[in-house]
Write a protein that binds this ligand. Structure first.
Ligand code: FES
Length: 210
């Protein structure tokens, strides 16, 4: 059976879990979940079969982490206040690639929210500097590792920071925005990672940098 990784941080709003390909995911929104899944074969994982994720338990301001093709995928539910922050021109001026011009995402995520539906951000959780896994900080707080930062993803290895759309800041070691994997909405509440919307072709290996 598939196992779940331990929650690595103490933040209550960070749901951290791992699942396998072809398995649907559902979590309790208030507990750090342990999920039992049928473990897919190594061949299936290597082939990058799509995974389905139930979005209903992810409350606004929360993030879960699933595994696809061996990579951590961040799925964050962004409430309106956080979406307003993403549209802030002052924030855009601090970013290296605010318009997502570098090919780090499919065309359907080349927009201000870097997503299909603005409220749900879906990103490969691997820092584009040297590959550490960034931490999630949905909003400023006493524990935010950097000052004057509205929150987002912070990489503790060398201090790179990204906003809540995975856009990297200028002046940090990471050179590129977090990649967006292929995904589509199988229904209003179900995300399918590893599959593009109909009529679109996008492969993970076409991004500039993982
Ligand atoms: S690996 Fe993230 S800042 Fe270096």
């Amino acid at each position: 059976m598939e196992i779940v990784e331990q929650q690595p941080q103490t933040r209550r709003d960070f749901l951290y879990l791992v699942t396998g390909a072809t398995a649907a995911i559902g979590v309790g929104a208030t507990a750090w979940p342990f999920i039992d899944q049928m473990e897919p074969s190594a061949d299936t994982l290597a082939a990058g079969a799509p995974i389905d994720v139930d979005l209903t338990p992810i409350a606004p301001g929360q993030m879960i982490r699933v595994r696809w093709r061996g990579a951590p995928i961040f799925i964050v539910n962004r409430p309106p206040k956080e979406l307003d922050t993403l549209k802030d021109k002052k924030l855009a001026a601090e970013l290296r690639d605010p318009e997502s011009q570098v090919r780090q995402q499919p065309t359907y995520a080349e927009n201000w929210s870097r997503s299909v539906k603005p409220e749900y951000g879906v990103y490969v959780g691997i820092c584009t500097h040297l590959g550490c896994i960034p931490q999630f900080f949905p909003e400023p707080s006493a524990t935010t590792p950097v000052t004057n930062w509205p929150g987002g993803f912070f990489c503790p290895c060398h201090g790179s920071k990204y906003d809540l759309a995975g856009r990297v800041y200028s002046g940090v070691p990471a050179p590129y925005n977090l990649p967006v994997p292929p995904y589509r909405f199988a229904s209003d509440t179900k995300l399918r990672i590893g599959e593009n919307p109909p009529g679109v072709t996008f492969e993970m290996n076409s991004v500039v940098q993982m």
